[in-house]
Design a protein around this ligand. Sequence first.
Ligand SMILES: Nc1nc2c(c(=O)[nH]1)N[C@H]1C(S)=C(S)[C@@H](COP(=O)(O)O)O[C@H]1N2
Ligand SMILES: [Mo]
Length: 432
Amino acid sequence: MTKTIENRHYQALENAPEQPDEPGRRRFLKQSVGVGTGMATLGATTISNVAFGASDDAAEEADDASDLPDVIDWKDEDAMILHGRSPITLETKRYTVGTSGITPATRLYIRNNLPVPDEKIVADRDAWQVSIEGVKNAKSLSVGELKTMGLTSVVMVLQCSGNGRGSFDHTPSGSQWRTGASGNVVWGGVPLKDVIAALGGPADGMKFLTSTGGEELPKGLDEDKIQVERSIPIEKALDDVLLAWEMDGQPIPLVHGGPLRVIVPGYYGCNNIKYVKRVALTPKESAAHMQKFSYRVRPIGVEASPDQPTMWDMNVKSFITGPGAKPGETVRAGHHVIYGVAFGGNEAVKDVDISIDGGQNWQKAELFGADMGRYAWRTFRFEADLPAGKYVLASRATNQSGEVQPQYRLENQRGYANNSWHDHALSIVVKG
Ligand SMILES: Nc1nc2c(c(=O)[nH]1)N[C@H]1C(S)=C(S)[C@@H](COP(=O)(O)O)O[C@H]1N2
Ligand SMILES: [Mo]
């Protein structure tokens, strides 16, 4: 492997040098970001008035996803925005989300920190080995063996921590995702707690679950810096985490983590380790850079440090997906059904309010269709007569514990956790 390629991999994980501070247009909000436990409050608050209009049409047209790399040539390229080929970074276009609730594999976003492993790892899926550590009887198990130990499924929103990063004024480093680094996916596998119980239960003093990705690491670099490894609290690990081999009714495609993936319902994407080769209960969080310094929520200009909140549980969020979200789409004056998706984060969504005037007036939307459980997103609809004119359609979700989607995002260096209803509003023009 050449030096250039190594450097590129390294950079991808390190997320490139950070942008200098851009004073003046920052809004630090006193609000919970909904990540981690004991979430801190960041900075003081000044809300400046920004112009409404969150249309992402122009940007979508700029990122042509035709001629996709072989390993993902089965993706529905018309539905995708390509942010990067190496490592692969692919987003779902907002208007293609659909109204039946599930994200088909062909339209699910992709985020890889390192090159996708060779196809040979899915040639014999049942032979894939995962080392289970930090239990009384540590052992390496094959996927075939896991399949004899238990079975469950969960519908879950998979969402990248940086989803919505494209709205931040300070242009945080990383992919400029709009709404589409998210999808609602059915996963099938074995409850991790059943596997742990079968191996004698947790060893003494364990406080975290640390999972390691099975990518081959570029040689000559510090492993701790590039290893894809994340830790989550052991309470979550022993609750509803899965070791999954199936996605949307099929073996997990290679790019999405087949043969085996850790699924942490309600937590951000980065915790759902693909091609998992090691699942360990540990006394401490991983010492890998990805755990210690990446995915830390910190004020703009502040260095990353392990005492900052990490991207664990997701916050409440929703976005409208139509009508009018498709570039060039004509919306005619008359009766319309406005629709979208809403999710509660680490718990179920309770309500969605809709505004057609940029947040001045709100009315209840109706949750419709299949309720796929607390970790899934829920489709919502709202009927309105829309005379010709300009509209700013906004949605604002509330979850079961009463957490409401805020008007403004929490400003932070890396552009994580954006659930601002204002940033996700959709500007449409209705023609007579
Ligand atoms: N092994 C491994 N697991 C990984 C990653 C990775 O690069 N390697 N990326 C993580 C991140 S940041 C996200 S957002 C999700 C993306 O999952 P997807 O590509 O299936 O959509 O996978 C997570 N798990
Ligand atoms: Mo991510």
